[in-house]
Ligand binder design. Structure first.
Ligand code: GDP
Length: 591
């Protein structure tokens, strides 16, 4: 019908408002105006991802333009590789998860005799994120996730790392919200589940009830014909832990966990931080190949020539095989938690690959300032959305990522938009307070401190700074801040009904009338809806109650009495009308 030629706009990851406007032949202001209508306050340099650009073009009613995704050449390959015939057995990678206080840390401590480890390591590694121990001459790798810090992040980045999830459930407390979360995580990560029913030394411990509780959540114990191994333990007294380890190895055997070793080394960054005198200190978990000191590896947009490599106890290690956690130095810049690393031939390749990855990341839609999910969220919440601004500081990148991920997981039913103003590693600084000033922003610190002068400055500028060491406390605080932003819920409760038998005075905003209580009761301060022939004609508030001309606290069903009523507008109350009384309360809502 139309002879207008279709125009193709290629988008490699994202496109700026300026570029899109000129490609569409529109003025920047028209485009910004349209974005604004969709709830996006955009600037000329704002990047939009492919989906957002498509939606905007559609909303603008432009038909002769076709968007095309241009693939960026530097996609980082997936971690799930096909194994060769030469693949060898590797230790299982185990994550310990469960509800707070159910004993995850105690279990890891007891299993790994952490106290001696810490002693040996001389406190150099505060944040060991994975350990290995030997049982029956075989190795087991544990990812350290106490306090759930790494929980959310592992869900995102490390799902493929975890072979087995040990779900710790306290026998005296049963299944709790984070137990359910752990079950869901394990299932979504396709990991095998073992349940450690903990604290069996406690008086209130009830193993059968805990099992019943678990089977309600889809985990059927083997004892009852199901397929989930449940081991009753006492993490504190070290009871039955060998059995637990036996079971882990048994499951590992059934799963036939293998990895190739004759390929370039690869794996995941599981922690990274700066240390004085050492520079970047990075914990890696090798998932394939054999990692050696002196080799070059690329992780995200940075690379390293591995200068030193130590095991989790701080002992030097020349090489590391799959499933081994190691700590290395030599990275030029800190890689991100969850970044994949791969070994490359030489420094030149490493530098080039890191650069390509950096460009790839800049191209990727993840870096677009506005993504389609933001847009959809904004569209859904356009008018009544409330924004919760936060600035997050953490001791290491991993904790910042985990806090951000966990905050994003708080379900606000689309009513509240979480706006992360900034994130960073290290103590709270003057610049953080500066950024948070005047913007209704809460600064959350995780495992960091606030220098006194900064605390004073924040107090002066009314910037709340909250520091936590336990992620759930931080999340609870954030949740309650968000709940404060929610509109209160109005709860009404019916209390009684009266049939009007006499109207003694009707003024503009007050009425005196009498009648018989049919049901319930009436008392001062309750509200009432007036019905005339079943049609509601107004609302009243009871200011006083009388019986036989005496003030009384209330009238109950069957009694006859008089009421003084307050109204906002004049109501023509008549004999035979009914008033249904109710109380109205504003209730703070929960998320
Ligand atoms: P997490 O939050 O899951 O890491 O829990 P913790 O390991 O910090 O344990 C919470 C509390 O439970 C601590 O006071 C532990 O001493 C206690 N606890 C852990 N395991 C056991 C156990 O097997 N028996 C008893 N009696 N207490 C335990």
């Amino acid at each position: 019908m139309s002879d207008t030629q279709e125009k193709v706009i290629q988008i490699a990851g994202s496109i700026t408002v300026d570029e899109l406007a000129s490609a569409l032949g529109l003025s920047v202001t028209t485009l910004i105006g349209q974005l604004f209508k969709e709830g996006i306050v955009a600037t000329i340099n704002q990047r939009l991802d492919y989906d957002t650009a498509s939606i905007i073009i559609e909303e603008l009613g432009i038909e002769n333009v076709k968007l095309e995704k241009k693939n960026s050449a530097t996609k980082i390959s997936d971690n799930h590789r096909e194994l060769s015939d030469k693949a060898v057995e590797r230790p299982p990678v185990v994550a310990v998860m469960g509800h707070v206080d159910h004993g995850k840390t105690t279990l890891l401590d007891t299993l790994l005799n952490k106290k001696t480890v810490e002693h040996e390591a001389g406190g150099i590694t505060q944040h060991i994120s994975a350990y290995q121990l030997e049982h029956e001459g075989r190795k087991i790798t544990f990812l350290d996730t106490p306090g759930h810090e790494a929980f959310a992040a592992i869900r995102q980045h490390g799902a493929m790392l975890t072979d087995i999830v040990v779900i710790v459930v306290a026998a005296d407390d049963g299944v709790k919200p984070q137990t359910v979360e752990a079950i869901k995580f394990a299932q979504s990560a396709n990991a095998k589940i073992i349940v450690a029913i903990n604290k069996i030394d406690r008086e209130g411990a009830d193993i059968p009830r805990t099992m019943a509780d678990l089977s309600q959540h889809g985990l059927q114990p083997e004892e009852w014909g199901g397929d989930i191994t449940m081991v009753p333990i006492s993490a504190k007294l070290g009871q039955n832990l060998n059995k637990l380890l036996d079971m882990i190895l048994l499951i590992a055997d059934m799963e036939e966990l293998k990895a190739d070793v004759d390929i370039p080394a690869e794996g995941l960054v599981i922690e990274s931080h700066m240390e004085t005198g050492k520079g970047s200190v990075v914990n890696l978990l090798v998932t394939g190949g054999e990692l050696k000191t002196g080799e070059f590896i690329v992780a995200g947009s940075t690379y390293a020539k591995i200068r030193t490599m130590v095991d989790f106890k701080g002992r030097p290690k020349g090489k590391a095989l799959p499933s081994t956690p190691v700590t290395v130095t030599g990275f030029k810049e800190l890689p991100d938690f969850g970044d994949k690393f791969v070994e490359v031939a030489d420094e030149k390749t490493a530098r080039r690959q890191a650069l390509l990855n950096a460009q790839g990341a800049a191209d990727a839609s993840a870096s677009a300032n506005v993504t389609s999910s933001d847009l959809l969220r904004m569209m859904n919440t356009a008018d009544n959305s409330k924004v919760f601004n936060v600035l997050i500081k953490g001791d290491v990148l991993g904790s910042v990522t985990s806090v951000v991920d966990s905050l994003k997981m708080i379900d606000t039913h689309g009513e509240i938009t979480l706006n992360i103003v900034a994130t960073g590693v290290g103590d709270v600084t003057e610049n953080d307070v500066y950024m948070a000033t005047g913007g209704n922003t809460v600064i959350y610190g995780f495992n960091v401190t606030v220098p006194t002068n900064i605390a004073k400055m924040a107090a002066r500028d009314n910037v709340p700074i909250r520091c936590y060491k336990v992620i759930y406390e931080l999340l609870d605080d954030a949740k309650s801040e968000m709940e404060n932003l929610l509109d209160a819920e109005i709860v009404e409760e019916e209390v009684g009904e009266m049939k009007i038998e006499g109207v003694f005075r009707t003024e503009k905003t007050s009425i005196i009338a009498g009648g018989e209580m049919l049901t319930g009761k009436v008392f001062s301060s309750v509200l009432g809806r007036v019905f005339h022939n079943k049609e509601e004609i107004g609302e009243v508030e009871v200011t006083s109650v009388q019986k036989e001309k005496m003030d009384v606290p209330e009238l109950v069903a069957g009694e006859i009495g008089g009421l003084a009523l307050k109204t906002e507008h004049k109501i023509n109350l008549a004999i035979g009308d009914r008033i249904k009384f109710f109380t109205r309360e504003e209730k703070k809502r929960k998320l």
